[in-house]
Design a protein around this ligand. Structure first.
Ligand SMILES: Nc1ncnc2c1ncn2[C@@H]1O[C@H](COP(=O)(O)O)[C@@H](OP(=O)(O)O)[C@H]1O
Ligand SMILES: [Mg+2]
Length: 276
């Protein structure tokens, strides 16, 4: 295998594609008889591959990965030096080697993803993300900031729903309790899906109009897809409208709204009524 592309966004796309191919191969090799074994093998294979390529091609950069020991805890004095060093680093790769692990382990499902994002201290955007790639291996595509997709049409214009109704992606296994009431109020149909990356990709392609999540998530669940969504021109924020921030001491980032720009104020107002 020759050298990967050297520009960060193309490198992120290359890396997400390589990890995705390894995960597709693992599904074929192990099958679906033992979902727990498939999930843990998937997490490990993808994490090890991405970690090794980052060590090889970006040795000076810090990494925050879901699969690193202690990654879920806020950085404090008792954590390994590698976890602390990302807070003083200029460049940090934020990766989720396998987002939608549950769906990865279920035969026939394509709503799982590989997330590779780069945060930089010198970034001009509020979220600090300067490159990102979301691999959707079972959908045979990688969405990335080197060549962001065009701004999406309304889902109804994209042929995905009824005219005059919104489509709202929500967690298939842990949807926020307030979403049913909010959807009824704004005239939306809920579309249950796995994986934050797959849901944000569905907003990017116009399959749905928005994705709302609350109740728990971490930086790696949203960094790469938010980088792609904002490069596409979509709105991405916390559900109170404040900025999403990455490479914080505490990696918990429990809620977000990603949607078409023209829907943002309406959905933020509804969110304020339902959970403000
Ligand atoms: N309440 C919660 N607390 C912590 N993580 C959550 C969560 N709800 C969703 N997530 C994480 O967000 C990702 C997408 O979830 P969902 O498919 O339910 O929308 C999953 O990532 P992983 O698959 O990487 O663990 C899941 O673990
Ligand atoms: Mg995840």
């Amino acid at each position: 295998m020759g050298s990967p592309p050297m520009a960060d966004a193309e490198f992120a796309r290359w890396l997400a594609g390589r990890a995705g191919a390894a995960l597709v191969g693992l599904r074929a090799e192990l099958g679906f008889d033992d979902p727990a074994a498939l999930k843990s093998a998937g997490d490990k294979v993808s994490h090890d591959l991405i970690r090794a390529e980052l060590a090889r091609w970006r040795p000076g950069d810090a990494v925050l990965s879901e699969e690193d020991e202690g990654a879920r805890r806020a950085v404090a004095g008792d954590l390994p030096a590698a976890a602390v060093s990302r807070l003083t680093a200029d460049r940090v790769w934020i990766i989720d080697p396998l987002d939608g692990t549950r769906e990865f382990s279920e035969s026939g499902r394509a709503d799982w993803a590989v997330h590779v994002a780069l945060w930089a201290r010198t970034a001009s955007s509020s979220h600090g993300l300067v490159a990102g790639a979301v691999g959707l291996p079972a959908q045979h595509r990688v969405l990335a900031t080197d060549d962001p997709p065009g701004y999406p049409p309304m889902s109804s214009q994209a042929g995905a729903g009824d005219a005059g109704r919104l489509r709202l992606a929500a967690s298939r296994s842990r949807p926020p309790a307030f979403l049913t009431g909010l959807a009824a109020e704004v005239g939306a149909d809920l579309v249950p899906m796995g994986s934050a990356g797959a849901k944000i990709a569905a907003v990017v392609t116009g399959e749905v109009d928005a994705y709302i999540h609350a109740g728990g998530q971490y930086e790696w669940d949203s960094a790469a897809p938010v980088a792609v969504a904002t490069a596409t021109g979509l709105h991405a924020s916390r559900i109170d409208g404040s900025a999403l921030k990455y490479n914080e001491a505490d990696p918990r980032l429990p809620d977000l709204l990603v949607c078409r720009r023209d829907l943002a104020s309406r959905l933020l107002a509804a969110l304020h009524r339902h959970c403000g």
